[in-house]
Design a protein around this ligand. Sequence first.
Ligand SMILES: NC(=O)c1ccc[n+]([C@@H]2O[C@H](COP(=O)([O-])OP(=O)(O)OC[C@H]3O[C@@H](n4cnc5c(N)ncnc54)[C@H](O)[C@@H]3O)[C@@H](O)[C@H]2O)c1
Length: 383
Amino acid sequence: MSDKVRLGIIGTGGMGQGHCTQIPDLEEAELTCICDIDPETCKSVSEKYGVRGLTNYKELIDSGLAEAVVIATPHYFHPPIGIYALRAGLHVLSEKPIAVTIGAAEELVAAARESGKIFTVMFQFRTEPYFRRAQEIIASGELGEIYRTLLIYTDFRTQTYYNSGDWRATWVGEGGGVLINQAPHALDQFVALGGLPHEVIGFTRTRAHDIEVEDSASAICRYENGAHGYLTASTDEYPGTFLHEIAGEKGKLVYRDKKLYFAGVTPDVSECARTNLEPWGGPKAEMKEVELTPCETGHRAVLRNFLRTILGKEDLLIDGSVATGSLELSNAIYLSARQNRKVHIPLDREEIDEFFADLRAKSVPKSGVKKIIQTDPQHKREA
Ligand SMILES: NC(=O)c1ccc[n+]([C@@H]2O[C@H](COP(=O)([O-])OP(=O)(O)OC[C@H]3O[C@@H](n4cnc5c(N)ncnc54)[C@H](O)[C@@H]3O)[C@@H](O)[C@H]2O)c1
């Protein structure tokens, strides 16, 4: 086996070009080809990197030029392109979200399983030391049974951002707003660390932007064990907040601004409530910042791990199948919000397909869009 993976990138807009810039820093990869449906973008990117450019993803996959692909097209295309690539024997890294609907995501996961190829999803938060450490703390049992979760993920986008592509912020092109585009990383964290709720009451709102999808979304959740959870995500708040709390019987975990805090609680919270003889008593607990071990993070770390797994040098950090949980939660919030009712997870797959098909059918195509291709400056800094 060669020590470099021959890599193709499909969809070379803002994010795809961001990935192109990372490749020279990755000794495990050789960029051999790119694909973009837009001929001008295809030409300029292929010339810039001196690689073959194709405008049809099937031609790239069938060309034999790549043994692995990164998919960075608008979301609806992730499953069909991923499935085609896996069935052709290529390894696949899909951008987030894995898909728009839970059914489409599961088809992609099934294709990966059947192919035996490596399949991962760009959930770069999972590479962060705080995320890895939080997973360890939870797995070790130090938190005890979880009884409450909270996620606040508020961010900001301008109307110019939404106007920069005809697919953006439309039901037909994107399949939602903040829940499907900006929040998937945080929702993945919410589910990976706190579990997948089984009942959801969702609310969505479009407040500060002229778009047909939501720029803010909130939900109240209940978990199988009775625990409560609440979350909110938006692109209409400034300055933004990223706060995640998980309260357990034996401890409390708080994440804020890339810092992780943990308080071990003795005795267990419920036990103390029952047995402490002081009216204003309470358990012993001290919230301390958790020491974190620095490591490579972000897109580059996900890409490198994908490549090193293909080369047999590492285990896969993010199995693509993990991406279904947070997508099911986001599908549930949309369904609940638009039908004004509590919904149960697991969702009825057919109902969700019909629900999104209806939204797509009623979607109003955008006019007068001035396409702007720009990599999020946050990701440029990584390079
Ligand atoms: N992981 C992250 O942090 C992160 C950040 C930004 C974007 N993304 C994801 O990357 C994807 C692309 O987002 P973007 O901001 O780069 O969008 P973009 O509009 O800038 O780029 C998308 C590109 O895909 C091309 N394209 C569309 N359909 C195609 C097809 N069928 N075949 C080949 N090319 C096609 C378009 O011409 C365009 O150049 C989205 O799914 C988004 O959620 C992830």
